[in-house]
Structure formats: C-alpha cells, structure tokens
Design a protein around this ligand. Structure first.
Ligand SMILES: [Zn+2]
Length: 154
C-alpha cells in the first residue's frame, strides 16, 4: 500500500486538466506538466507502494524527458513500470481537495477516465477545507491518493 499527495496553484491562462478530464469552467493548474494533481498523487501512491521511489524521482526536474507530459501519460508509464517489477494495481482511492472545479457532478466520468488509464478501479472523493488555507482561498488545488497493489509471484 502506498500514499501520495500533490498540490498545484491555479493559473487562469492554462486549461484545466484534472483526473484525466478537461474542466472548461475552471482555471487551469500550473506546473511543468498539465498540473493534473489527481493523476500525480495517484502515480506517487503507486510508485511508493511498489518501492520505486516517488513522483519526483521518476518524472521530476532531473528527468527532463518527462517535462510537459500529461497526467495520463505519467499514469500509463507508472503502471508500465509497476508491470516490469511484477506489481499489479488492486485499486486506487483519490481525494481531490479544493473549492473548484466541482467534482460531484462529474465524479463517475472522472472515475471512468482514470480507471481506463490505470486498468484497475479508481475511486474519487472530493472535499473542501471549509474556506481555510490555500485551497479555501482558491489559490490552488490538492489531491491525495492511496494505492493498493499486489505482487505477482515470479
Ligand atoms: Zn503535480
């Protein structure tokens, strides 16, 4: 089992990509990628569970070939690396923390999008911080994730 988290600040000059979906009514998320905090937290959780390091070690600034990669591309590559080391995903739980975009109306769609990329059930919850902190002030968005994996016998 592994846990991951991620934060990105809002940037209204960028399109919003979150949980492998476009959110046209929300400002985008800044980052050296598409800022998909849900996908990034999920990658972090899976990599940690498999003992493959974290998101930064695999795709961070020291790996310029991944600069600008979409959250979806990072998810696919993470699952590929898991497969190489005989790990499979049982399921993933992702929580999105922020005031916007509103997740509930599109939760099923977001779960379906992430599930199809990961190849295992991805469940998504969403919450706010009651107006407190950077998420409450609408400065950015956070996501956490828990991944459950199993190891395939050699
Ligand atoms: Zn990120």
């Amino acid at each position: 089992m592994g846990h991951g988290s991620d934060v990105h600040r809002f940037d209204s000059d960028t399109p919003c990509r979150l949980a492998c979906l476009d959110w046209p009514s929300s400002p985008g998320l800044a980052g050296h990628s598409d800022g998909d905090a849900a996908a990034h937290a999920a990658c972090d959780a899976m990599l940690t569970a498999a003992g493959l390091g974290d998101l930064g070690a695999n795709f961070g600034a020291s790996r310029p070939e991944w600069a600008g990669a979409s959250g979806e591309a990072l998810l696919r590559e993470t699952v590929r690396r898991l497969g190489e080391t005989r790990w499979r995903v049982v399921n993933l739980s992702v929580q999105i923390i922020g005031e916007r975009p509103k997740i509930a109306p599109r939760r099923a769609e977001a779960e379906k999008a992430m599930t199809s990329v990961v190849g295992a059930p991805v469940r998504i919850s969403a919450t706010t911080t009651d107006g407190l902190g950077f998420t409450g002030r609408g400065e950015g968005l956070a996501a956490t994730a828990t991944a459950l994996l199993y190891s395939v016998p050699a």
